[in-house]
Design a protein around this ligand. Structure first.
Ligand code: MG
Ligand code: MG
Ligand code: MG
Length: 309
């Protein structure tokens, strides 16, 4: 019987490429295994699609119910992130880099987790320790997963072990530039091409009550502000129409992940309050706020203060 290797629900690139890498490892060490994902190929996120395509990897098989199956989990150990009927499956192995979840097993299993930035870093160590030959295409998927999970080493979760793994994996995969690969992934992930303006504004949007005034804040993350150069005027019009719908102010954060700052589109009854909150000048409805990446941590608190909350 095959072991079905699967990552968490709403899979990221680590869950997808980790399943591929671990399935190959199991096969190479004498256990029949199938790489799976809890999603149809068409619904994989744009970053994962790009990575599979770039390295010519076979798309994992869709797996949503594991009743009666032998399964190996990568990148999670929570029942809530598992396929249906995980408690009626036979979990034979877990490889992960998160806190231990709530899954329990009836018998002893292979369980390997480390506090590093990515499951593929853990898997790479397993390949090396056991002298398992790592194919070029799979190495490509693994290095992409590590860059994704560690945000190209910028995440506080990134460790020296992740960096060392990337260094070796780039060579095996024949990838010339780590930064170029990361940028291609970021561009795919943050693509705005063809997305309706309203959908962009409401993709990640919240209304707040600021001292009795309704204030809306939306955000999109970009690899470069150039991605929205052609639609800036339309975005401002869109923000104006959201504001016109009974709000005191609407802010739309165009966050540049590479430059680590936000171009803030502002439409407000009282722009001076917004300027006061972020200590800048609004020109043509726009203000650059250096270092602003997080709505929750860096946009909302200064606004609350400025509105006298
Ligand atoms: Mg993950
Ligand atoms: Mg991960
Ligand atoms: Mg992740």
């Amino acid at each position: 019987m095959s072991v079905y290797v699967v990552g968490h629900s709403n899979p990221d690139t680590d869950s997808v490429c980790g399943a591929i890498a671990y399935a190959h490892y199991l096969k190479a060490t004498g256990t029949d295994a199938v790489a799976c994902a809890q999603i149809a190929a068409a619904n994989l996120n744009p970053e994962s699609k790009l990575v599979l395509d770039r390295f010519g990897l076979v798309v994992p098989q869709e797996l949503t119910d594991v009743e009666g199956k032998d399964v190996a989990l990568v990148d999670f150990s929570d029942i809530g992130q598992a396929p249906a009927n995980i408690t009626k499956a036979n979990v034979v192995a877990i490889v992960d880099h998160h806190k231990i979840g709530d899954l329990t097993t009836n018998g002893p299993i292979f369980f390997y987790a480390k506090p590093v930035g990515c499951t593929c870093t853990v898997l790479f160590e397993m390949y090396k320790n056991n002298n398992v030959d790592l194919p070029k295409d799979i190495a490509g998927g693994m290095v992409a997963a590590i860059l994704s999970d560690t945000v190209n080493f910028k995440s506080p979760t990134c460790t020296d072990e992740d960096k060392a793994a990337v260094k070796e994996l780039l060579v095996i995969a024949g990838v010339a530039s780590q930064d170029d690969l990361f940028m291609d992934m970021l561009m795919a992930k943050s693509s705005v091409a063809g997305v309706p303006i309203k959908d962009l504004i409401f993709r990640d949007y919240k209304d707040f009550d600021m001292n009795g005034k309704k204030v809306g804040i939306g955000q999109i993350e970009l690899a470069s502000l150039d991605q929205v150069a052609d639609i800036r005027a339309d975005l401002i019009k869109g923000v104006e129409s959201v504001k016109a719908d009974g709000r005191h102010s609407v802010l739309f954060m165009l966050t540049d992940v590479v430059k680590e700052g936000t171009d803030l589109l502002v439409v407000s009854d009282d722009p001076a309050i917004i300027e006061q909150a972020f200590g800048g000048k609004i020109a043509d409805n726009v203000m650059w706020v250096d270092g602003m990446m997080s709505r929750k941590k860096q946009a909302v608190p200064p606004l609350q203060k400025a509105f006298g909350c």
